[in-house]
Design a binder for this molecule. Structure first.
Ligand code: CA
Length: 217
């Protein structure tokens, strides 16, 4: 899952990026509102973490403009006791909020919940055939036996599982499992899928040649 953090406090940005990456997210960062808006409009992020007090364009204005074109889940960060800000943020289209200072664990858990809800999969357990994904623990079992996946293999599987029943293009997979700093070759997605087939069964995902992949219900 790929998230954009729009926040101008350098220490907080560093802590957020590290915590989210440890939890398997790909993370892009914008430290001012205008850049944040541009990124959020051009990339299909799975979620945004949005500070309200930002240089240039403030968070609420960013959110209002983003909502004209995208329904990306947005978690806003607000100052302590700023009830009016939270209300304005939720009214402007935010999906959740956290009050600073907050626990990183809680932020990660809330982001996961937002991503699940936006995919219309409210449970952290995703099951298909004899495979079960626990998106909270990021573990996978097949017929009850733990399956060892790399972080990227897991990320590809989770995306296909969240969208199961729909075709997911190679470009979408690429966009959701890499951040802007990771340069790689385009056929790497096929390599991950072929690893997943080896570990989870050769029929578990269908390839639509030239279009992408589909995991059936
Ligand atoms: Ca700020």
């Amino acid at each position: 899952m790929r998230v954009l953090v729009v926040e101008d406090e350098v220490d907080l940005v560093r802590a957020l990026k590290q915590a989210l990456e440890e939890e398997g997210f790909s993370v892009d960062v914008a430290t001012d509102g205008a850049t944040g808006l541009l990124n959020a409009q051009s990339i299909a992020y799975d979620a945004l973490v949005l500070d309200l007090m930002l240089p240039g364009l403030d968070g609420l204005s960013l959110l209002a403009r983003l909502r004209q074109s995208r329904k990306t889940p947005v978690l806003i960060l607000t100052a302590r006791d700023a009830v009016a800000d939270r209300v304005k943020g939720l009214d402007a289209g935010a999906d959740d909020y956290l009050t600073k200072p907050f626990a990183l664990d809680e932020l990660v858990a809330r982001l996961r919940a937002l991503v699940r809800r936006s995919a219309d999969r409210p449970s952290p357990l995703l099951r298909f055939a004899d495979v079960e994904l626990n998106t909270a623990a990021r573990t996978v079992t097949r017929a009850g036996v733990a399956v060892d996946l790399t972080a990227k293999e897991y990320a590809v599987l989770e995306l296909l599982a969240l969208r199961r029943g729909s075709l997911v293009s190679r470009t979408e997979i690429y966009e959701h499992v890499y951040d802007e700093e990771e340069l790689t070759v385009s056929n790497v997605v096929d390599v991950y899928v072929s690893n997943l087939r080896r570990k989870l069964g050769k029929d578990f995902v269908e390839t639509r040649r030239g279009q992408g992949y589909i995991l059936h219900e």
